[in-house]
Ligand binder design. Structure first.
Ligand SMILES: Nc1nc2c(ncn2[C@@H]2O[C@H](COP(=O)(O)OP(=O)(O)OP(=O)(O)O)[C@@H](O)[C@H]2O)c(=O)[nH]1
Ligand SMILES: [Mg+2]
Length: 296
């Protein structure tokens, strides 16, 4: 057997999480049209007859402009940590890119020099990647260049064929039934956060974290027929809290309804979702709060 770890890196919003979902043929990690959707490096496990590949989804690289931005520092550490543990990396770019940005040079800088890296132009359904390839070619000595479309499942087989020789021989690390190395509670908080990212204006979602206060399965509480999840949507200001609640609670109801539907699908059981909004001023700059919210 072969077994190895592969990190996905690249600018925010290029489709790293989408590509992992496409390769695993499932919805393991959350995606949204907003940059910086992913906040933790999340291990997703691919299995076939000959190999197990642990794909690590990472936050879109984030240049920390301010040492008070503790969430940003955490995101960067997640990426460096993931790369250190990897046998190979997939550097995702958007096929439509017409100009390099400081973020791209920052990606090149954190790559360990001996790591095999494949350059992947995603969103090839929207543009021909040849111009984008030319821009990036000089940044790193890539093992290969490929184009894919995570949306249309295009180029995935070819990608796996090119990737497989880079995976070392070894026994598998995870039970093949396991899809992700995270907890159900973490998955639940991510599903809820995804709905907020999708429903709300650009400024609000980045100030939001989701904390699961209670997660009780019916096995634990036979009087309850459903999985009971109580979660707090943590915001930084009273203004954001108002936006999250919406007029007469319309927004939080919408978030709850969409999240509940996905949670029921993922857990395969009825879900009672109890959402609250909590203001925690400056949580993104506060070590204690970050730790509590899973960003430490
Ligand atoms: N047209 C097109 N859109 C895509 C494709 N892959 C992803 N997208 C869209 O691009 C957006 C970003 O996708 P994500 O998978 O969240 O991107 P990401 O790189 O994980 O973003 P961060 O977690 O913020 O770093 C979403 O709106 C996706 O639907 C693709 O192949 N074609
Ligand atoms: Mg992502």
């Amino acid at each position: 057997m072969k077994c190895g770890t592969v990190s996905l890196i690249g600018r925010p919003n290029v489709g790293k999480s989408s590509l992992i979902n496409a390769l695993l043929k499932t919805r393991a990690v959350i995606i949204s049209p907003k940059p910086q959707t992913t906040r933790n490096s999340i291990r997703c496990i691919y299995n076939d007859e000959n190999a197990q590949i642990i794909f690590t989804d990472t936050p879109g690289l984030y240049r920390v402009k301010n040492s008070k931005d503790k969430l940003g520092i955490f995101l960067n550490e997640e990426i460096s940590g993931a790369l250190e543990d990897s046998d190979a990396a997939l550097w995702l770019i958007d096929a439509e890119t017409r100009k390099l940005e400081p973020d791209d040079f920052a990606v090149a800088e954190i790559l360990p020099p001996s790591l095999p890296v494949i350059l992947i132009a995603n969103k090839s359904d929207k543009a021909n990647p040849s111009q984008a390839f030319k821009l990036y070619e000089g940044l790193y000595k890539f093992k290969a260049k490929l184009s894919v479309s995570a949306k249309l499942n295009r180029g995935l087989e070819n990608l796996m064929n090119v990737l497989m020789p880079l995976i070392p021989d070894g026994e598998i690390l995870y039970d093949p039934e396991i899809l992700m190395d995270t907890t159900e509670k973490f998955m639940a908080s991510e599903i809820i956060r995804e709905k907020i990212l999708r429903l709300l204006r650009d400024e609000v979602p980045h100030c939001i974290a989701v904390e699961i206060d209670e997660y009780k399965s019916p096995e634990e509480f036979p009087d309850r027929k459903k999985l009971y999840i109580r979660a707090s949507l943590v915001t930084e200001t009273e203004g954001q809290k108002k936006i999250l609640i919406g007029s007469d609670g319309s927004m939080i109801k919408k978030i709850g309804a969409l999240a509940r539907r996905d949670l029921e699908e993922v857990t395969g059981q009825g879900v009672y979702l109890d959402l609250w909004v909590k203001v925690l001023p400056g949580w993104r700059k506060n070590n204690t709060a970050l730790k509590r919210l899973g960003y430490a």
